[in-house]
Design a protein around this ligand. Structure first.
Ligand code: IPE
Ligand code: MG
Length: 252
């Protein structure tokens, strides 16, 4: 089946315009594991950090494009609790690149009404980076457009541990703890669960990302390396999503 045919019927709706922005169903929350920066650089004979730099630049482009689609929430995995195991030059490079992107991109995202929030253990990051992240959150806190969540020093296991600790510290009686309450103690409190999880660079795993919030997500994996991941790749991921049948364990 060619690309045209694949566009013709989605949930009974006719979609004719190629790369249509009128997909039958859009995810409210797209989470992305932007993988492959290192390989992108190595293939060009560049230092790995150049791959991270290119990948970092691609983030705003992709967020703005998802905003054009009117996706409401985008979450990006920038640095995992496991990434501390990388060489310290790479780690400090990743921190610097995040700061550069915040300085360069948040003003532009702010103009587009994007609200920035951070997910993860911010207190373990260098002070100057904490300030930069908190500054971006504060500056954009009243924005009402797309919510961009930056998972930086994020781990799904520690997120659940942190939630459990806070529930205990608040003295919540055991019988009051249900899924709704638990969710409200996660870093993602207030965000909808992830509808679509995208991972680039041919890795087919979750890597401790949003493990609670992706329980019923649709997964989209691609071989494309993150710095090369572009608008047509987003189009494809959203099209694939719109064609999936989601039953949430029920018989519909
Ligand atoms: C993803 O790129 C970015 C981060 C984890 C920060 P990688 O650095 O994992 O790239 P590869 O997997 O080595 O190509
Ligand atoms: Mg990788």
């Amino acid at each position: 089946m060619g690309f045209r045919e694949s566009l013709t019927s989605v949930d009974g709706m006719k979609i004719t315009a190629s790369r249509s922005k009128n997909l039958a169903r859009l995810p409210a929350h797209v989470a992305i594991v932007p993988d492959g920066n290192g390989r992108w650089a190595e293939r060009r004979g560049l230092p790995r950090l150049e791959g991270h730099r290119a990948g970092g630049k691609n983030m705003r482009t992709m967020v703005e494009y998802l905003n054009e689609y009117q996706v409401k929430c985008v979450t990006l995995y920038g640095f995992s609790t496991e990434n501390w195991g990388r060489p310290k030059e790479e780690i400090s490079g990743l921190f610097r690149i995040l700061k550069e992107r915040i300085d360069g991109d948040v003003p532009k995202l702010h103009k587009k009404n994007v609200k920035v929030r951070h997910l993860g253990r911010i207190g373990e990051l260098p002070e100057w980076l904490q300030e930069s992240i908190r500054g971006a959150e504060k500056w954009t806190e009243n924005n009402t457009g797309l919510t961009l969540s930056l998972a930086f020093n994020y781990g799904g296991h520690v997120e659940i541990v942190d939630a459990a600790r806070r529930i205990a510290a608040d003295g919540v009686p055991p019988e009051k703890i249900d899924e709704k309450l638990f969710s409200s103690y996660l870093y993602t409190a207030g965000l909808p669960d992830v509808d679509l999880l995208v991972r680039t660079a041919d890795e087919v795993r979750l890597s401790n990302f949003l493990i609670w919030q992706t329980a019923y997500s649709e997964y989209y994996f691609t071989k494309v390396l993150w710095p090369d991941f572009g608008k047509k790749d987003i189009d494809q991921a959203l099209l694939a999503y719109s064609q999936r049948e989601r039953r949430f364990g029920a018989l519909l």
